[in-house]
Design a protein around this ligand. Structure first.
Ligand SMILES: NC(=O)C1=CN([C@@H]2O[C@H](COP(=O)(O)OP(=O)(O)OC[C@H]3O[C@@H](n4cnc5c(N)ncnc54)[C@H](OP(=O)(O)O)[C@@H]3O)[C@@H](O)[C@H]2O)C=CC1
Ligand SMILES: O=C(O)C1=N[C@H](C(=O)O)C[C@H](O)C1
Length: 251
């Protein structure tokens, strides 16, 4: 009989952390050994023998958590947003000194959201224009969302690979922010409103037609199958894994 994976949760009293603790607790093959939130010591996780930490904290603290965990030889599943190319490079450097440790960072654990990003990358080369509209609950700290920024990057990569010309846009005079923010040449518009959870539209346009790809997380339980998939996979994936895509492709 295989032993349960021992899991610790960072940000355990937050909106996502609470949901992750419930999901881990309910899984037969996982054991919740540590729940850590703001002001509590990370060593509680190593003392409790955590093999995998799940981090849903905030962009200001996640890098310190990761540095500590990798240093301790503990693998980490990260949902916290705010990962730039520079941050990812830093994580790779820490991991290089700790072969065997795995870190999986996913901008979005919703399976539908992962598919939305894949579909957007596939559509990118067929359209002249594309803009992203993301909508979230008003307690979100960062804008644009990590999902929107990642979507913009994969679209930009697909457009560059296809040799797409710059998008048409005659705007000459602009009120600050009216055209959203620019990530790798793709405009992102961020909406924050009570009642929302996490929603995104990718709007493509070309002569005579548009294509809108939309995903809605209506409840935070939508992220849990992806989080559990990552927790189960990270111990057999040393090094850095970005996104759930390679796990979904495993079947
Ligand atoms: N990848 C994905 O699929 C998803 C990612 N997210 C991302 O996850 C992150 C968390 O989101 P959400 O749960 O809504 O946010 P919350 O603010 O509800 O939760 C974050 C929790 O982390 C705590 N915290 C702050 N600092 C530390 C620390 N050093 N150690 C441990 N805990 C700490 C916070 O405490 P306090 O409030 O006292 O600061 C809070 O309880 C965000 O970056 C969000 O964008 C969210 C949903 C899905
Ligand atoms: O803060 C949130 O809620 C979410 N954050 C992630 C992001 O920034 O993309 C994932 C999802 O959109 C929910």
């Amino acid at each position: 009989m295989t032993e349960n994976i021992r899991v610790g949760v960072l940000g355990a009293r937050g909106r996502m952390g609470l949901e992750v603790c419930k999901a881990v607790d309910a899984a037969d093959d996982l054991t919740l050994v540590s729940m850590i939130d703001q002001g509590e010591e990370l060593f509680q996780a190593s003392s409790a023998g955590a093999q995998v930490l799940v981090d849903f904290t905030n962009p200001d603290v996640v890098m310190d958590n990761l540095k500590w965990a990798v240093g301790q030889g503990i693998s980490v599943v990260v949902g916290t947003s705010g990962f730039s190319t520079e941050r990812l490079e830093q994580v790779r450097e820490w991991l290089a000194a700790k072969p065997g440790v795995g870190v999986l960072i996913a901008p979005n654990f919703g399976i539908g959201a992962v598919l939305m990003m894949q579909f957007a990358a596939r559509a990118a080369r067929f359209f002249e224009s594309v803009e992203i509209i993301e909508q979230h609950h008003p307690r979100k700290l960062d804008a644009p969302s990590g999902t929107a920024a990642h979507t913009a990057r994969v679209i930009a990569e697909a457009r560059a690979a296809a040799g797409s010309p710059p998008m048409p846009d005659a705007t000459k005079e602009e009120h600050l922010g009216a055209r959203g923010t620019d990530v790798d040449g793709v405009r992102i518009h961020s909406i924050r409103a009570a009642g929302l959870v996490a929603h995104q539209e990718v709007l493509f346009g070309t002569t005579g037609e548009t294509l809108t790809i939309r995903h809605d997380s209506l409840d935070r339980s939508s992220f849990m199958p992806g989080v559990l998939l990552a927790v189960r996979a990270v111990l057999r994936r040393p090094g850095l894994t970005i996104g759930l895509d390679p796990l979904l492709d495993e079947g």
